[in-house]
Write a protein that binds this ligand. Structure first.
Ligand code: ADP
Ligand code: MG
Length: 282
């Protein structure tokens, strides 16, 4: 385990050659880079201080990344701070956002591929929750594929992640309307099940290409979320198995206490389907 301290006496460009842009989020811009000493290819996330994120928010992201060592969770490699920004050097993930797999019309994800994705997502989130950390921004933009063709993923973006103590009354007001849980919209206490709601939405989206709560306006979307108004009536679900629908139904529940935990998701019969059996069917 390498101990990563945020470097203040040097900047990323002193040690790395920074290259083309990989992606952009709400808080940061991520560029490809190469460590000159080792030739290693990595990704550098540049975050401005005092924009949407305070210095302490960015240090929280660094701290959380350092504390999470798991193959499904993006690993931090190095970190820099200068007068007005931070740069987090992280593993490079080359296959693009899971989001791109969904919006590609020519390509409908098979249930088998969805099972593979969901298993890894639940595996990573179960580990986070075992470490008492909530992700709080689970969505297909924050899940990257290792390769263009393959089905291996990593969870990224710990910018909104929080340490969680069941005794605390933790409430937050942020996230993406389409993926955010009712307790967030209502500013009620959050818990690990807050991530499980988002995982349910991700699963619905992967299987159908449709967003379960999306309304005409953001306000309508949020209202659909708070009332947990959703169904499987779209024809996209005609060919989806009952096990998959059961899986989603046990996550998109308004009452957080009734939702499956990440580890119980892994025990659900849909995710326990053997890849071999699935392979014979398709
Ligand atoms: P934000 O906190 O601003 O949302 P993210 O950490 O989600 O920033 O990064 C923004 C985008 O950059 C991601 O959605 C993804 O497309 C790309 N990206 C982030 N990290 C990596 C990485 N390690 N390898 C490749 N692309 C990345
Ligand atoms: Mg992001």
């Amino acid at each position: 385990r390498r101990d990563i301290t945020v470097k203040k006496d040097r900047w990323v460009t002193d040690l790395y050659t920074v290259d083309t842009i990989l992606g952009k989020g709400k808080f940061g811009e991520v560029k490809k880079c190469r460590e000159r000493r080792t030739g290693r290819h990595l990704a550098a996330k540049f975050i401005e201080v005092g924009g949407i994120q305070d210095r302490k928010d960015i240090l929280n992201e660094v701290d959380i990344m350092k504390s999470l060592q798991h193959p499904r969770l993006l690993q931090l490699y190095d970190a820099f701070e200068n007068r007005d920004s931070f740069c987090l050097v992280m593993e490079l993930v080359n296959g693009g956002e899971l989001f791109e797999r969904v919006i590609n019309d020519d390509f409908i994800l098979t249930e088998k591929a969805c099972v593979m994705f969901m298993r890894q997502i639940c595996d990573g989130v179960a580990f986070m929750h075992s470490q008492n950390i909530l992700h709080l921004d689970m969505k297909p933009e924050n899940i990257l594929c290792l390769t263009r063709e393959g089905n291996r993923i990593k969870i990224i973006d710990f910018g909104l992640a929080r340490k969680y103590n069941p005794k605390d009354d933790l409430r937050v007001l942020f996230g993406t309307p389409e993926f955010v849980a009712p307790e967030v919209v209502n500013f009620d206490p959050i818990s690990p099940s807050t991530d499980l709601w988002s995982i349910g939405v991700i699963c619905y989206v992967l299987l159908s290409g449709l967003s379960p709560f999306m309304g005409e306006s953001e306000q309508e979307t949020l209202s659909n979320v708070t009332f947990a108004t959703w169904d499987f009536s779209a024809e996209e679900f005609n060919s989806i198995s009952n096990e998959a629908k059961d899986f989603i139904s046990k996550l998109l529940l308004k009452d957080p206490r009734k939702r499956m935990s990440a580890s119980s998701c892994l025990d659900h019969q849909w995710l326990r389907r053997s890849v071999k059996r699935e392979g014979n069917n398709t």
